[in-house]
Ligand binder design. Sequence first.
Ligand code: SF4
Length: 452
Amino acid sequence: MKPIFAVPIDDKVLIHSPLQKISALVNPTAALMIRDAVLFDQEPHEKVNALCKALNARPFEVPQPRTGSLQAPMFLGLIPVYGSMTGCIFTDCTAGAEAESVMSLETARQALDAYFELLTRAGQPLADIRIFGAEAFPALDVLFFTEAYARQRAEQENLALHLTLVTDGHLPIKIARWVGDHFNDVTLSLEGLQGVGEDETFDPFEPSISSQVFDNACIFSDSPGDLTLRVCTTRRTINHMGDIAAWIVSSFVPNVVCYQSWMPKCGSGEGLGAVDPVAFARAFNQAAYELEAHGILACHNPVDFHTPRLSACPVGEDALIISPEGRINACPLPLSVWQSESLPFQIGAVSPEGFEIDPVALNDIRALTVLKSPVCEDCISLFHCAGGCYVNNPREGQSGRFSDRCLQTRLVTISNLLRAMDQYEAARDWLDHYDAASHDHKVAKDRLKDFK
Ligand code: SF4
């Protein structure tokens, strides 16, 4: 059955075909006509003819898991030391401070050599290298070495090079300037914003992040590369999301602002308070509206409604994420985190001979797609959230029985789709009186075939 979804939005219905990138807001009668014409071969009524034609005409290209030998890794990730930045750009959780082990320059060199050899052998044009956190000395050595050595290898092999640093911004100003001049992308976590007091007003002149992080954000903002700002939202700051968005717009020039919500599993910041999913969706919709008006993309992991996908993160996309000890993992979180969930995310190891990849492990990881997740089967976010974080989001369970995390993701997905159709007010009004409790005991099926 075609993956087309229909979700009631007050007195309208959102029709969404993620694989065809078609969305429309119609009335319930039209939704029924569309259902019968597109799914059950009935003659379309003239009023919905154009939409039915589009839904029937454009191809459905269901994304497929990768197969075959490793040819096109999504990126090479280097984790000089596990720290707070390693997990949080893909999940709602940080990796924790497992900082015992620091990557040696020899491991970094072996990983880079193996990566460039792989790319050259496979005829790939671009080396995409991402460094996760390198604020602490001696991890800074790995940062400098990687930039210089990757540049040299890219030049030798005649490959384009894209360098990304994911950082919490606690870098000396001289080093931040160097990063701004040498990296194509910086993802900077604005740590501290999550701690605004519950009853305090957000003060844009004293925004509770350290002056070092603020100054470095300004440096990255003025640099030629792209800047993604990451903001963690807690119960304390949920009412300040709009103010924080306005402050970001007036202070920096980011390309993307990525909101995450603090979850009880995050392991740090106890007492900040888990976020109510409906309150988050409302606040996100408002903040995103403000940012988008300034040409800034607002995102909420794990939702990506631009490109249909089978995985919310690098898992399954052949990313080669090198741990400080030289393991090759599919996930940026430390081994202890995913092993505690019995997830098999180690692909191999780096050695002086190159990458030692276990092909069985690689294919097992590739096969862990959202298409195997029963709970996601009938969810409108199927190809946008793609099951979320493997560690934090259980995929077992009955289709349509959504957790709070799923509820939040679904509401954000739907409001994103509505805003993309210039329907910010419709999203706002719908979320304003959305009653999560009325759905507590229901099974929600978003598929158009189930629309009645
Ligand atoms: S059911 Fe939950 S995890 Fe699955 S796609 Fe929907 S929101 Fe994402």
